[in-house]
Design a protein around this ligand. Structure first.
Ligand code: SF4
Ligand code: SF4
Length: 70
């Protein structure tokens, strides 16, 4: 079974910078007071630090099964 992790930034993001500062994998970047965006989704380890620490609940981490065969 293979997994991929979807990293979605919602419109409620206010660009506080917490998520791209704490992400240990360089998945996120952005400009302060603008909006975070995803630059390297494949690197996401699914640690949930961004989702857990976003004060606006503006990041959603979703592990998905991409293949059942291996
Ligand atoms: S922590 Fe939340 S509000 Fe702050 S930049 Fe990231 S997604 Fe946006
Ligand atoms: S779940 Fe962890 S590795 Fe993935 S984007 Fe969020 S902070 Fe980065």
């Amino acid at each position: 079974m293979r997994f991929a992790i979807k990293v979605k930034v919602l419109d409620s993001c206010i660009g506080c910078g917490i998520c791209w500062t704490i992400c240990p994998k360089g998945v996120l970047t952005g400009k302060l007071r603008d909006k975070a965006y995803v630059i390297n989704e494949q690197a996401c380890s699914g640690c949930y630090s961004c989702q857990d620490n976003c004060p606006y609940s503006a990041i959603v981490i979703t592990p998905t099964i991409t293949s059942q065969n291996n």
